[in-house]
Ligand binder design. Structure first.
Ligand code: SAM
Length: 276
């Protein structure tokens, strides 16, 4: 795919100042954004995106957008809250004649079901201030999602991937790991971004597990883990004591009530939740 203007020319022309309130840390090196998309497609054994409906949240000046366009998406939806970038995306659409559907709106209020996609690929260098709420929202809509390639602050990525019995293991690890296969594709130092954030970032590839738990069961796990990790240092017989039959449930499942929240695996949380 040929672009009339380079990313650098676009940024120069529009004189873009990053807005901290919108979590704007841009990726302006096309080699970096190309690598993110290639790593993701490689892991998914895909040569391009020609069979996929793609959604990019927060395209900004369009580094990742250009990398996605090179992979020939069947349909390409983009949601951007900052009007300045909506105009840049309209220009890119005119330049490339690509099947881009540009939405000027807030991704937190966007229902991905409205895209009526079966095999949605979500890509985003996420605005860090809303990365976890966006992930949680998409995890409730996995029936339309084929994969998510998402940039998080490394500390958040560590929590998502944390194994049992580690300090980072918590609610977000339990819920995400019950629903998705998660792989870390790349960790990037702050210098890759403009302006440079204070901390490193990691790109994760999240793919829905086959036969993953229902939303109903996940809601129960959410309540259960809120109680358990709310008293992280306590034994669960203490932190879960508001659940009247917790002793019987744990006995039935052979889960000692002397364990603490971080010593219980995602699948054990699910087993308990199903009996609530
Ligand atoms: N994709 C670009 C890149 O990699 O250079 C920009 C990434 S920047 C970290 C986050 C982007 O998300 C910004 O363009 C910002 O305006 C946009 N954004 C922030 N909050 C948003 C929201 N609630 N809905 C949609 N876009 C949002």
């Amino acid at each position: 795919m040929e672009f009339q203007k380079t990313l650098y020319q676009t940024v120069q022309e529009y004189g873009l100042m990053a807005k901290k309130s919108l979590g704007q840390n841009f990726l302006l090196d096309q080699n970096v954004t190309d690598k993110i998309v290639s790593l993701s497609l490689e892991k998914q054994a895909l040569s391009d995106l020609s069979q996929h409906n793609v959604l990019e949240v927060g395209p900004g000046p369009g580094g990742l957008t250009r990398a996605i366009l090179k992979k020939n998406p069947k349909v390409f939806n983009l949601i951007e809250k900052d009007e300045r970038f909506v105009q840049i995306m309209e220009d890119l659409k005119t330049q490339t004649n690509a099947p881009m559907n540009i939405l000027s709106s807030d991704a937190l209020h966007f229902d991905i079901q409205s895209l009526k996609a079966q095999n949605l690929q979500i890509f985003s260098n996420l605005p860090y201030n809303i990365s976890v709420p966006l992930l949680m929202m998409w995890l409730q809509n996995l029936q339309s999602i084929s994969a998510m390639t998402l940039m998080f602050q490394k500390e958040v990525a560590d929590r998502i991937m944390a194994p049992i019995k580690t300090k980072d293991y918590g609610r977000i690890s339990v819920i995400t790991q019950l629903l998705c296969d998660v792989q870390r594709l790349w960790t990037l130092s702050p210098s890759y971004f403009t302006p440079a954030p204070k901390v490193s970032s990691s790109v994760l590839l999240l793919r829905p597990l086959k036969n993953h738990p229902t939303n109903e069961d996940i809601q129960k796990v959410e309540k259960l883990t809120m109680l358990a990790f709310g008293g992280r240092r306590k034994m669960i017989r203490q932190s879960l004591k508001s659940i009247s039959n917790i002793d019987q449930i744990c006995e039935k499942l052979h889960i000692p009530t002397t364990l603490r929240a971080e010593e219980i695996s995602p699948s054990s949380y699910l087993e308990i939740a199903k009996l609530l």
